[in-house]
Design a protein around this ligand. Structure first.
Ligand code: ADP
Ligand code: MG
Length: 380
């Protein structure tokens, strides 16, 4: 494995002539009446860490298995590195699947586990030793090479599984819920390690996960899946800040969603009449007056102020504190509006609560407000 200089995770975006490593075109997979993957199109570029994100049963693993060649397509094509995979069996594809750490051979040392696949391929001894050494160094397991899997922590076992998959030098590494077996804290740490290792080796990764935080942390880009289809494809920031549908806005993070109707279409703004009051949106959208729309608002983008003066401008609404959740670094305020709708607002706890008189508490009258640019306008 050639360890190259760290590179920008989004470097393919800078190169317009960059060719996709993987091209998925019109791919469908059915199991009887169930359409597991429904006519999807996707290009994945060399060096990406691409995440397939979605709830259980939405078709993520099926799509991954089709890339690996473990599953036949009903229609469509998959091209990897310019070659149509239709008649290429799994073992001849430039791909490798990383299985969960419990798929390690328990009776073999770390070193043997990693070397196993190369021995099967009859890689010459000298070359094999070099490759195993290099990859164990990369995943920082050299000192553990004589140990058996049961003598390692969960995170270390995960890195052995990764080393075993990477040592074969695939062009494309496929990982299905790679960190699912780890507890939350370890999973977070391992996410960063996985992203760092991927960046160092430069191998293209496709990672399946149902955990939105994991996808946000790992991905250069991701596809949000639902019922076998892609709802949206983009960078984590695009998906979080510019969701295109209510499904995506709600699936990634938390979103307050209110329904409304466009009442005025200006050159640089829209006025929307909603169930919680008038909302002003300051950037260009192609929706006309009269259209039914939804506004999604992230809880951290809403300001909260203790006051009993009435709200009198757009993007400002009066309410009462219905509930408070203290989460340590932030607090979550549930604000009940006059129409009984609850709006979630989060605020960082920037000072320790010494001065109780200034604190916002249950049943306080408050006003919430937000910037025109914080409104995420959705039409479906
Ligand atoms: P995910 O990985 O997103 O949880 P899957 O790709 O495993 O979802 O499954 C997608 C859908 O296809 C589900 O409805 C599942 O029950 C169905 N499915 C997956 N594999 C098979 C199979 N071998 N036979 C029949 N149905 C399957
Ligand atoms: Mg799955």
């Amino acid at each position: 494995m050639t360890v190259s200089e760290p590179v920008s995770a989004t470097r393919w975006l800078d190169q317009e002539d960059q060719k996709p490593l993987v091209q998925i075109k019109g791919v469908t997979k059915k199991y009887g009446d169930v359409t597991a993957v429904d006519n999807v199109d996707l290009d994945i570029y060399p060096g990406e860490l691409f995440c397939l994100l979605g709830g259980s049963g939405c078709g993520k693993s099926t799509l991954l298995r089709m890339l690996a060649g473990f599953e036949e397509l009903n229609s469509g094509t998959i091209t990897i590195d310019g070659v149509d995979m239709s008649n290429v069996p799994a073992y001849e594809r430039p791909t490798n699947m990383m299985f969960q750490s419990y798929a390690l051979f328990p009776h073999m040392t770390v070193e043997k586990n990693v070397a196993f696949g190369l021995e099967q391929d009859n890689v010459p001894k000298r070359d094999l030793a070099d490759r195993v050494h290099e990859i164990l160094k990369l995943v920082e397991l050299e000192d553990f090479k004589k140990r058996k899997p049961k003598q390692l922590s969960g995170g270390q076992r995960q890195r052995v599984a990764l080393a075993r998959a990477l040592v074969k030098r695939p062009k494309l590494l496929l990982l299905d819920e790679p960190l699912a077996a780890l507890d939350k804290k370890l999973r977070k740490q391992t996410q960063f390690e996985l992203a760092n290792i991927q960046e160092k080796v430069g191998v293209t990764f496709v990672v399946v996960t149902h955990d939105q935080e994991e996808a946000m942390t790992l991905a250069s880009r991701m596809a949000v899946m639902d019922s076998g289809r892609f709802q949206q494809i983009g960078t984590p920031t695009e998906i979080y800040e510019f969701p295109e549908t209510r499904f995506v806005a709600d699936f990634i993070g938390t979103a307050n969603i209110v329904e409304g109707r466009v009442i005025e279409e200006g050159a640089d703004h829209l006025s929307v009449e909603t169930e919680i009051g008038d909302v002003f949106i300051d950037h260009g959208h192609s929706v006309s007056a009269g259209s039914r729309v939804w506004i999604a608002l992230r809880p951290e983008k809403i300001r909260l102020e203790k006051t009993d003066s009435p709200a009198n401008s757009p993007n400002e609404v009066a309410g009462v504190i219905d509930d408070i959740g203290y989460l340590g670094e932030t607090s979550l305020y549930k604000v009940r509006l006059e129409n009984d709708q609850i709006i979630d607002v989060t605020a960082p706890n920037q000072s320790r609560p010494m001065n109780r008189s200034h604190r916002i508490t249950w049943d306080d009258k408050v006003k919430i407000s937000w910037d025109a640019s914080s409104n995420m306008l959705l039409t479906s």
